[in-house]
Design a protein around this ligand. Structure first.
Ligand code: URA
Length: 241
């Protein structure tokens, strides 16, 4: 691939802007300045720097963020911060999108990507990718509520029954459960449907990818194994991040 095209694909602006960067001597590969925009690159394990800042070539990006409270999953956040505030302009230029949404007050595992197929694979209703949530409830959790959640509840203006699996009570007011769809406010509405209320909500796992070390507000690029785990295509083991 031509150097100018590679830079454009990685979010460094228009072809013209990338040509200018190259001609200005901003780009180095293996410590050598490359000033020819038509320089042909081998993309395999390509590392380069732009004005001294190091980058790795990525055909697509797959990111896991431990989302803090108070961040909206929208580009034009109105009342809170936006989760996109965590990412620089170069990443944003690639067309980064959230893979499903978390409410502004929900914490935990949020994936972002510029790969439309990956986004579809994780959010398409027919794929039923499992998502594990931990929550604190306003009222003590009743055994009957757990039974109802497992049997399934109806949600207003949604077709079908919404059931959770693996519902586990942790303390009087704490619960974990797995859901396999992703409709608007699903967990909060399911808890409301059984007569309780979610006070705090945290997403702990998507597919086989589980949040562990990543601190709130931190993000990482996912590797191939972690991408497969999120898609549930690596069912043998849960990968912790
Ligand atoms: N269900 C909810 O109610 N909120 C979320 O943020 C995610 C799932």
């Amino acid at each position: 691939m031509l150097l100018e095209k590679m830079l454009q694909s990685q979010g460094f602006g228009s072809r013209k802007h990338c040509q200018q960067l190259i001609k200005n001597g901003a780009i180095s590969i293996q410590e050598q300045i490359v000033s020819d925009p038509k320089f042909k690159l081998n993309l395999q394990n390509l590392e380069y720097s732009v004005y001294g800042e190091k980058y790795v070539y990525r055909e697509k990006v797959y990111i896991a963020l431990n989302k803090p409270q108070g961040y909206e999953c929208s580009h034009q956040a109105t009342h809170h911060y936006s989760v996109f505030d965590f990412f620089d302009e170069v990443l944003m230029n690639r067309g980064l999108q959230c893979v499903g949404r978390l409410d502004q007050d929900t914490t935990g595992l949020l994936l972002l990507t510029d790969d439309g197929q990956f986004l579809q694979a994780l959010t398409h209703p027919k794929k039923h990718v499992a998502k594990v949530y931990r929550m604190q409830t306003a009222d003590p959790i009743q055994v009957t509520q757990i039974q109802q959640l497992e049997a399934g509840v109806e949600l207003r203006n949604e077709k079908g029954i919404f059931a959770a699996t693996d519902v586990q009570q942790i303390t009087e007011h704490e619960l974990t459960m797995t859901i396999h769809q992703g409709v608007y406010h699903q967990v909060k509405r399911m808890l409301a449907a059984v007569g309780n209320k979610v006070e705090r909500l945290h997403r702990a796992q998507i597919g086989q990818l589980k949040l562990s070390q990543l601190a709130e507000g931190e993000w990482i690029y996912l590797n191939e194994q972690q991408i497969l785990a999120a898609k549930n295509q690596n069912t043998a083991l849960v990968l912790e991040i």
